[in-house]
Structures are given as C-alpha cells and as structure tokens.
Design a protein around this ligand. Sequence first.
Ligand SMILES: *Cc1c(COP(=O)(O)O)cnc(C)c1O
Length: 400
Amino acid sequence: MNPSQHLDSVLGPALIQRKVEHRYRHRRTLGSAQGPLVRVDGRDYLAFCSNDYLGLANHPAVTAALHAGAERWGVGSGASHLVNGHSLEHHALEEELAAFCGRERALLFSTGYMANLGAVSALVGKGDGVFEDKLNHASLLDAGLASGARFQRFLHNDTDNLARRLGASDARRKLIVVDGVFSMDGDTAPLPALADLAEREGAWLMVDDAHGFGCLGATGAGCAEHFGLGQDRLPVLMGTLGKAFGTAGAFIAGSETLIETLIQFARTYIYTTAMPPAVAAASRVSLRLMAEEPWRREHLHTLIARFRRGAQSLGLQLMDSATAIQPIVIGSDADTLAMSDALAARGLLVIPIRPPTVPEGTARLRVTLSAAHTEAQVDQLLDALADLVPRTLTQRGVTS
Ligand SMILES: *Cc1c(COP(=O)(O)O)cnc(C)c1O
C-alpha cells in the first residue's frame, strides 16, 4: 500500500484541523460516582455538567435495587427482547412507565439514541416526510436522515415555518419530530401549537423528552404532562432513563398499535441485546422515588430560579430556559474555553459546548443543575462567575 494511504496518514489531518479550530474534544475521566462533588482527572470539583437532574444516579435505594436485581437476574440479559431476553423486570418497568405517562403502553430500548433511530425508521420511510426542528438532538436528526423519508428542518420553534413546509408537502405520511426540552438551549418546544398543527395537517407528532422527563409536569411525567397532552394529541412520546432517572436506557410510550408496530419493525429494538434486567429493576425504584419525592423537582426549580436571578444580575447572557439546562452564551470558542478553564482552576466544572454541537458563534458554558446541588453550591458558582466575567469577557467586549 502507498504509505500516504495508510489509515493514520489519511485520518491525521482532520484531527490537526480540529485542534487548530479549538474544537478538539477530550474525555475527562471520572474517578468518583456522579454527583455535585466529583473527582475528575485526579482533582476534586464542584460540578455543573451532569444530566443527573434529580440526583438519582448515585441514590442508595437505586443502587440497592441494582444489587438485588443482579442477585436475582444475574448481569447480562443474554438475548434480545424478541429472543428470550425480555424479563418480568423489563415488563413491569414498561407497564409502570406507561401508567406514569398516561399511555396505553411503553417499550424499552437500550439507549435513547436507539429509541429515536428505531422509532422514526419504523414510522416513516421512502415517500414519507419527516419534519424536524433545526436544534433537535443529533440522534433525532440522524434518525430522520436514516429513515429514507424526505427530511426537512424547520426554524427553531417556528410553527409558521413548519406549517408552510407541511402545507407544501405531498408526502404520504408526515412526522413532526422535536425535542421537548432542547438539550443545548434548555428551552421547551411549543407542543400545544405543534399538536394543533399536526391535527390540521394530518401529521403525527413525536417528542423526545430526554430532558423534561422527571423534571417537568406536576408529577414529573415531563413535557406531555406539563402541557396536558395525552396520547391522542402527542402519539409518540420518547423518554430516557439515563438523565433524571439516573440509570440507563430509554422508552417510547404510546398506543397499543404504536408499540406493536415498533416491536415488529424497529430494527434498533429487534437486533440488540435487552438492557440488563437489574438496570430495569433500578429504574423501577427511580420511578418510585420520582413519584414519592416531589421535593426533588421543587428544589431543582428553586435552584434554577436562584441561578437565573444571580446570573442575570451579573449581566450574563442566559437563554430562554426554565429547565435544569441553563447555558451561558459566550460566543467565541476560544473565550468559552478560557472561561471553562478559569472555572476549573477554581474547582468548578462547567463544560464548554462548541460548534458543531451548537451553531457557529454561539459557543456556551452549559450549566446544568441538579436536585442534589445545594443553594450554597449554586452561590459558589455565581461567585466565581462574578469574579471571572469582568476579566475574561467584558475586556474583550463580549458582554455589554
Ligand atoms: C441524551 C439524549 C438522547 C440520547 O439518549 P441516550 O439514552 O443517552 O442514548 C436523545 N435525545 C436527547 C434530546 C438527549 O438529550
């Protein structure tokens, strides 16, 4: 082989280019359980970057359920759901999730990425149309592209733009797909208006509630509950278990017919090993805690309000978010990295998010809050920001 075609020689330049663009991604290595206080790369931090919104990832009762589940079921499920990996534990979790979401049924997937890929591809294909918000999570965008349906992105939360696109489409089936809570901005989709539009245009609405589930709604059932949208108005509801639930996996909830369709046709459901039953057992305890301990959601919302008040009084640019995701928009990639590094030097971990994850020129610090944080810890972050903002930003004219 010509040495210039050697794998490393071909791949190398793109890596160098990423570094030049300040977009090279590094993995930090966690040396502790998830929580507000973590050990990362050998140093202790107060962290504002996990999606463990309710503080359940390291909850003793959830951990105990995983233990007990492993004692009863072993570790691996040993097979896919359709072969013989579907256990009583999985089944019970599905029934409890369906009841919690007010849907006829729910179906477990091993990850949210796979749930999205599987559901979209099972619902639409060639000759159909899929309409996605521009800021949808990568897994939804990939799902739309992989489905083979005509793929369109509409302007963020712009129902007029979507209505025009739906009206101009002659697709057989039309599927509208949005994040319930947008993962990099923290704002919510206008779901009632989208449900109206879907009805008017004969389209189906699918919502990925990875960040709303557990946090929003009177009982924590997420965006659907928050906006009062039942199965008839919001027929395809997706939630994940790796965020507020603190475990792993995901589910789709909806009608009997929807779920049977997914069991028959969702390839990411069929051709993969079922999640370990012990994880299902742990998730059942998370679900119970979510229902029995509303203080977690209430405390989280107190922290969100406190952080927003504090950040606004510092003149920081927040986004239109009432959720646990509270990004601070910095703008340039280099400034965002500098801010994150300066916070890290003070023992605070806040992850910088850069393009291509977010649009050019909108690099940000993605602050996420958890019910496991205290008010004092939020104040600690605000104090550090107060010290850093004048130095790193205003002198470069980033904040006004
Ligand atoms: C995290 C996330 C997913 C993927 O879920 P996993 O279970 O982590 O694969 C899907 N959609 C959104 C909006 C997410 O934030």
